[in-house]
Design a protein around this ligand. Structure first.
Ligand code: FES
Length: 183
C-alpha cells in the first residue's frame, strides 16, 4: 500500500495544461483574483470557487489545471479544497443543502427539521436525489444561531426553520428548477 508521503509526491508529478482545460472565462476570473493577491498561490481558494461556479464541483482534472495555472503544488491546493467545506470534490446536485448541526440548532429543533428534509427528498447525508436536484450535507454553525435552526441552500440562508418551512423551501426550489429546465 502506498504511504501518504509517497502518494503526495506522486500527485505532484501529475500535470494538466490549464490553457487546454480551463475556459477563457475561468482563466480571466482566476487571473483577476491573482491580481489582487500578494502571491499566486494565495488565490487558491478563489480559483477553486471560480471553477466550481462554472462546473459545479472540483474534479481531479480541475485541481490539476488550477495547480498548473497558479504554479502551486497540487497537494497544497488539495489541502485548501479539503479544508474549505463549500468546495465539492465530488459531483453534487443542482442545489446543495447544508443543514447546520451545531449546538444552537440542535437545541432549537434541528432533529425534526432534518428528518423532514430526509423524508421529503428520500436521501440521507452525503447523498443526491435521483433527479440530480438536491445534495444533502451537514454543516457546522452557519453564523445565525439567534435564528436557529438554520440551513443554507446554495448561497441562500434559511432561518427559524420548522419541518414544514424547510420542506416548503425545497418544494419551491424544485418547482423553480423545473421552470428553469423548461425555459
Ligand atoms: S448553531 Fe446553527 S447557526 Fe449557529
Amino acid at each position: 500500500m502506498m504511504n501518504k508521503e509517497l502518494a503526495m509526491n506522486s500527485i505532484d508529478t501529475v500535470t494538466i495544461d490549464y490553457q487546454t482545460y480551463l475556459s477563457a472565462a475561468e482563466i480571466a476570473a482566476i487571473e483577476h483574483e491573482v491580481s489582487i493577491m500578494e502571491t499566486r498561490d494565495a488565490a487558491g481558494i478563489e480559483a477553486l470557487k471560480v471553477v466550481q461556479a462554472h462546473r459545479g464541483w472540483i474534479s481531479d482534472d480541475s485541481l490539476f489545471a488550477i495547480s498548473d495555472l497558479l504554479a502551486m503544488p497540487i497537494a497544497q491546493l488539495e489541502g485548501v479544497a479539503t479544508f474549505y467545506n463549500l468546495i465539492y470534490r465530488q459531483p453534487v446536485g443542482q442545489y446543495v443543502i447544508h443543514v447546520c448541526d451545531s449546538i444552537a440548532c440542535h437545541l432549537m429543533g434541528y432533529e425534526a427539521v432534518l428528518i423532514a428534509i430526509k423524508q421529503h427528498l428520500a436521501i440521507d447525508y452525503g447523498q443526491t436525489t435521483a433527479d440530480g436536484k438536491f445534495t444533502l450535507l451537514s454543516n457546522a454553525c452557519l453564523g445565525c444561531c439567534d435564528k436557529a435552526p438554520a440551513m443554507m441552500v446554495g448561497t441562500e440562508h434559511y432561518q427559524n426553520l420548522t419541518p414544514a418551512s424547510a420542506v416548503a423551501v425545497l418544494a419551491q426550489l424544485a418547482a423553480k428548477g423545473e421552470a428553469d429546465d423548461c425555459s
